[in-house]
Design a protein around this ligand. Structure first.
Ligand code: CA
Ligand code: CA
Ligand code: CA
Length: 475
């Protein structure tokens, strides 16, 4: 990377060196605040070398790193785009992309334990949390609240936790999703319209979704576009070939019609609006998950119910010639969520199975949710691990240093809504092994986020007007 032109500005003990057309920084007896025990780097090394180099390879698109700053964090904004920041405290190197600091190099962290950080009292019960970043603002969370009278809200992350930032009029909101187009930030919320309508499947007037756009000038979200949806349980945003798409999971139309179309919308640059691109038949759709493997784009739907049984096929689609085609079907039981994650070069998909129900028979809530792995040779997802869950409604994958975790939202065991969500750690050959049990009430969603080098989990409750933020204590 290119350093300050004026090399006299560099901190003492740091020199710029050039060799063979390559420029670098040379640390010689740097200030103690910048040093770290080299034994962590040079394990199995009997003789300590007099000099050694740490080579940092930066793969950066469109950004030419300009300068390196050392010390305390400054807010990453457009002004600092391309700036590198070395934090002696966190022993990490970060790059500002104009909005957030991207980790280039960081000391490996390991999860020690989980601490309660904030109990966020909300105006009503919450179906979904969406955590996102806005340039110049920081971390924000949109919560889909049940109550029609108090609506939903966006919260801003502060030192003490999330604080109410903006209220929205919503009608039994089910889900929020954020997405970016260029530097612009958008949010979409689904209104379920207050549940099944009593008037013979009559379309509810409040069954629609609204897209909001962040106004930099007004520092708030403003209404942008409304779309007709049907008890939309999920919105997914993605880009293919630099085109932006939105997929909505239409769960149910009227009282009991679950076998309906879900819709893929495409951004039209000239009309500056989202327009219908493709319709896909779904059965009580609950979730869309988009992911890319190599040159292939996939979209998987969680189908929950066809009107008779929850034992229905969920479908993985692949993008071919400008549209999605069926790639594979997987039998699921009231599928409520798909989460895709990668560990090294391995690609996994995990499904949250809600319950088994057929006709008028009793429902079973303690059932397996399954992790599938993509078999690159067979070009199919194959069963990798079954995990028992209790009316699971969400899986969240996250990594801390070199460790990988999954947390499941268990919502109901047939008798109670007060039960543990379980945090599993990746243990290679053994798969995911339970490591932490977190008591929750009517858990509806888990989200992972990190800020200023600290990592957090937030969960929302569909049964109590509170959400909780946990801090992940590392060592
Ligand atoms: Ca969520
Ligand atoms: Ca998902
Ligand atoms: Ca989640």
């Amino acid at each position: 990377f290119v350093l300050e032109r004026d090399t006299s500005k560099l901190v003492p003990g740091v020199q710029m060196r050039q060799a063979g057309g390559v420029r670098g920084v040379h640390f010689s007896s740097p200030h103690t605040s910048m040093s770290f025990p080299s034994s962590q780097l040079l394990v199995n090394c009997d003789l300590f070398p007099k000099e050694f180099s740490i080579v940092v390879t930066l793969k950066v698109t469109n950004i030419a790193p300009k300068r390196v700053s050392v010390g305390l964090e400054r807010t990453c904004s457009e002004l600092l785009q391309g700036q590198l920041w070395f934090s002696p405290l966190r022993k990490g190197l970060y790059l500002c992309d104009g909005t957030v600091w991207i980790t280039v190099l960081e000391d490996h962290k390991r999860l020690d334990y989980v601490m309660e950080h904030q109990v966020l009292t909300t105006s009503s019960e919450t179906h979904d949390v969406e955590v996102f970043q806005v340039a110049g603002m920081g971390v924000m969370a949109a919560l889909a609240h049940r109550s029609k009278t108090s609506g939903s809200a966006v919260y801003l992350w502060t030192q003490s936790g999330f604080k109410l930032y903006q209220n929205f009029t919503t009608h039994e909101a089910l889900v929020w999703r954020h997405f970016n187009m260029g530097k612009k930030v958008f949010l979409v919320v689904s209104n379920s319209g207050g549940g099944p309508n009593n008037h013979f499947n009559k379309e509810s007037e409040t069954d629609f979704s609204v897209i909001y756009k962040w106004s930099k000038r007004r520092k708030k979200f403003v209404q942008f576009q409304s779309l007709q949806t049907h008890c939309a349980r999920d919105w997914e945003a993605f880009t293919i070939n630099r085109q932006t798409y939105l997929a909505v999971a239409n769960h149910r139309q009227g009282n009991n019609n679950h076998t309906i179309n879900s819709v893929i919308y495409k951004w039209n640059r000239s009309t500056k609006s989202f327009e219908v691109h493709q319709m896909l038949p779904t059965s009580g759709a609950y979730d869309w998950e988009f992911f890319t493997v190599g040159p292939y784009h996939f979209l998987v739907v969680a189908n929950a119910f066809d009107g008779v049984t929850t034992s229905v096929d969920s479908v993985i689609y692949v993008w071919v010639n400008g549209g999605f085609q069926v790639f594979q079907t997987i039998k699921t039981f009231c599928a409520t969520d798909w989460e895709m994650f990668q560990i090294g070069s391995r690609v996994f998909l995990v499904v949250a199975n809600g319950h088994r129900l057929h006709g008028n028979g009793p429902s079973r809530y303690a059932i397996n949710s399954t992790i599938y792995e993509l078999d690159m040779n067979g070009q199919l997802f194959v069963r990798f691990q079954d995990i028992i869950t209790y009316s699971a409604v969400d899986w969240e994958f996250f990594s801390l240093g070199e460790e990988h975790f999954l947390v499941v939202a268990n919502s109901f065991n047939g008798e109670s809504y007060s039960l543990n969500s379980i945090l599993y750690r990746w243990q290679g050959y053994e798969g995911f092994v339970p490591v932490h049990w977190l008591p929750t009430i009517g858990c509806s969603d888990w989200e992972f986020f990190s800020f200023k080098g600290e990592s957090y989990l937030i969960y929302s409750s569909a049964k109590a007007p509170l959400s909780k933020v946990f801090k992940l204590k590392t060592y």
